[in-house]
Design a protein around this ligand. Sequence first.
Ligand code: SF4
Length: 345
Amino acid sequence: MEPRTPLIGLDRASLVQLCRDAEVKDVHAKHLLAGLFRRNQNLDDIIELPKKLKAWIAQHHTELEVGCSTAQLSDDGTHKFLLKMPDCKEVETVLIPTKGRVTQCVSTQVGCAAGCQFCLTATAGLTRNLSVAEIVAQVRFMRHRTPVRNLVLMGMGEPLHNYESVHSFVRIVTDPLGMAFSPRHVTLSTVGMVPGIYRMIEDEMACNLAVSLNATTDELRSEIMPVNKAYPLAVLLQAMKDYTKSGRHKRVFVEYVLLAGVNDRDEDALRLKQLLKDVPCTLNLLPFNAFSGSLYQAPSAQQVLHFQDQLLAQGIFAIVRESRGRDISAACGQLKTEQRQRASR
Ligand code: SF4
């Protein structure tokens, strides 16, 4: 007997197929989309479905809910949750309220294999990919609590290392009959997995692309981000340009984590202008959030502004993104790792 798959991991095409397999009308796929994803209901609560379909689903699929192990609320309103998956593996998801809009940061893997030197999640390595249902469950968990406008795939994990699940996730959350997130409000952030970026282009994945750049020379980038050894700056920048040419509203967000004395010097600002001059992008400067044992320091507020001024003077539009949830270690992957460290003491 085949293992039963979670119902919330199915996109519209799969739900239509499910209805055909169950020998009920296709229209019930729309009822499932509306119930599961728009109204956030469980199967039993979707009254439009015939008994025959519910019985068939009960035989072939499971319901998947995630439990919450820990929740922490920051002074600035950022809310971080540690969620427990069915096999008891845990991932974090973070709610970030800004000017009346709420953004949810979603995880795509348990741990991460990308090995970025400035990231605490990297120290734990990769445990496993999350299934599409486990990624969708994080969003359903939050929608029980508050309306969310933006989704960013910037939690634990490198999304393009888990391409199939992430692609299905994007299809599910942007389906206008379901959760109906605007593709402009869903952002996938990568360290620069070039083949994955080209797959996104080929598949016309309906979301924004953010690239975590963080260095202006191959030497430094390879030191702090091992992915650069496989896909150096010239190759990555070409992929970013190709992405922006591939569709209507394609624009890349470039993320640049500022590490004091490492990548925030005047020569870095000059090189950044050269690197990005032909890439239609928005540049976000993110002052590093230091953690216990980290190899790097956070730059001073003065240095951050100086770096931004250098870029603005050269005609590069750069926005400083304030660190959110600093008091609860809401930076990439910190809650999970803190739990793990406490447990191992
Ligand atoms: S920054 Fe993101 S991609 Fe890099 S190691 Fe951390 S979780 Fe992975």
